[in-house]
Design a protein around this ligand. Structure first.
Ligand SMILES: NC(=O)c1ccc[n+]([C@@H]2O[C@H](COP(=O)([O-])OP(=O)(O)OC[C@H]3O[C@@H](n4cnc5c(N)ncnc54)[C@H](O)[C@@H]3O)[C@@H](O)[C@H]2O)c1
Length: 358
């Protein structure tokens, strides 16, 4: 099998999922590990068998790496991605693409200037219940998707925010639940319903006095297709309860999934508390499928409860396949930018107390 020379930047929590995948995927020749902290790079190097570096351009040039996987804190994504792209590598960035729209635009411009591909991770698109929803919506089984809801009732404790110095601060994290935990579901909502044209919302810190950023946000959205959506994303429920996304169609039918039971998992620290499951399926003539879907998903989870790496590996595998086939990567940077545009609009709506038009 053809292989691409791969490199990882950021040997931290989610970096461990990327490294495990890059070390075992048949399309990956894992050549370099980069971290600003040389000790972290060395520890990952010993564990995953790639050469440790502290500089990105230096590592890409020394190893001739063709694909770079970027797992630094979000406000550092832009400079690191641009350095890798200027050195000639394609880049897959962890979500969110960046913390600001200006950073997204700099990254997209650098990809174009260097003739390389830039993608963003959104591994919940690959969850089986989410794939079923996408297939049903695209096949027209709910008519037009006209009403969406996202409900995240999750939890992060003080130890989580103290685990790395960048967490919970505007300057080094760029935001709270909107920037860190909710991009997965913002992306799913856009993937299912299309372009957003109008946003109102509020962002608040309800019960985390030891962080600067919001732990909760609520928003209403209007879409170009005439549909509307509401979302509540929160890290303030102890214990964490669930995260769900539901899409209701113009023919009255609904499809939905509980993507996360309990608190959303912390990559590299905790696993999924339970399987992702479809929890609503009222497609005419398919109502009986819900029980089958749930049984399949429960059986898969029972066979492999520690499944977080599987979806990252699938995403990385798809990215490498697209590079080798010279086709567009699965979640291109523009779709990552759309998510950043959405959370940026929710912040603006909250600060300026007005409806934001996009
Ligand atoms: N897709 C998912 O489910 C998922 C899960 C967790 C985290 N993430 C994303 O991954 C990113 C990293 O999160 P994390 O929890 O792994 O953080 P982390 O703090 O555990 O790891 C970040 C690593 O980057 C290194 N680093 C910092 N600046 C660097 C630089 N300039 N050059 C090289 N290395 C540098 C740090 O030393 C650290 O090892 C965030 O953007 C986060 O949103 C995604």
């Amino acid at each position: 099998m053809r292989r691409l020379r791969t490199a990882l930047v950021g040997c931290g929590k989610v970096g461990s999922l990327h490294a495990a995948a890059l070390a075992r995927l048949p399309q990956s020749d894992f050549v370099a590990l980069i971290d600003a902290d040389s000790q972290r790079a060395a520890t990952f190097g010993a564990r995953y068998g790639a050469a440790p570096f502290t500089g990105i351009a230096e590592a890409v040039r020394a190893t001739n790496a063709k694909a770079v996987f970027l797992c630094t804190p979000h406000p550092l994504h832009a400079n690191a991605a641009i350095e890798a792209m200027n050195a000639g590598a394609h880049v897959l960035v962890e979500k969110p693409l960046a913390a600001t729209l200006a950073d997204c635009d700099r990254m997209i411009a650098a990809a174009k200037a260097n003739g390389v591909q830039l993608g963003v991770v959104s591994q919940r698109r690959l969850y089986e219940p989410v794939q079923r929803m996408k297939l049903a919506i695209d096949a027209g089984k709910i008519g037009k998707p006209v009403l969406g809801t996202v409900a995240m009732f999750s939890w992060r404790d003080e130890a989580y925010y103290r685990s790395d110095p960048w967490r919970g601060k505007w300057a080094t994290e760029g935001g709270g639940v909107l920037v860190n935990q909710s991009p997965h579901h913002l992306d799913l909502l856009l993937w299912f319903m299309g372009e957003v044209v109008e946003v109102s919302g509020v962002a608040e810190n309800l019960n985390h006095p030891y962080i600067e950023v919001e732990d909760t946000a609520a928003a209403t959205l209007r879409f170009r297709n005439g549909g509307i959506a509401s979302l509540v994303v929160s890290l303030s429920q102890k214990p964490g309860l669930y995260t769900k996304i539901h899409i209701h169609g113009s023919n009255g039918a609904s499809v939905g999934a509980e993507t996360d039971s309990g608190a959303t998992f912390i990559a590299g620290m905790s696993g999924q508390a339970g399987p992702a499951l479809n929890d609503i399926w009222t497609v005419p003539g398919e109502e009986h499928l819900l029980a089958e879907f749930v049984a399949q998903d429960r059986a898969r989870f029972a066979a492999e409860p520690d499944c977080a790496e599987r979806y990252h590996a699938a995403e990385i595998s798809n990215f490498l396949d697209a590079l080798m086939a010279e086709t567009p990567v699965p979640v291109p940077a523009q779709e990552g930018r759309n998510v950043v545009q959405l959370f940026d609009a929710i912040y603006r709506a909250s600060r300026e107390r007005r409806v934001i038009e996009l």
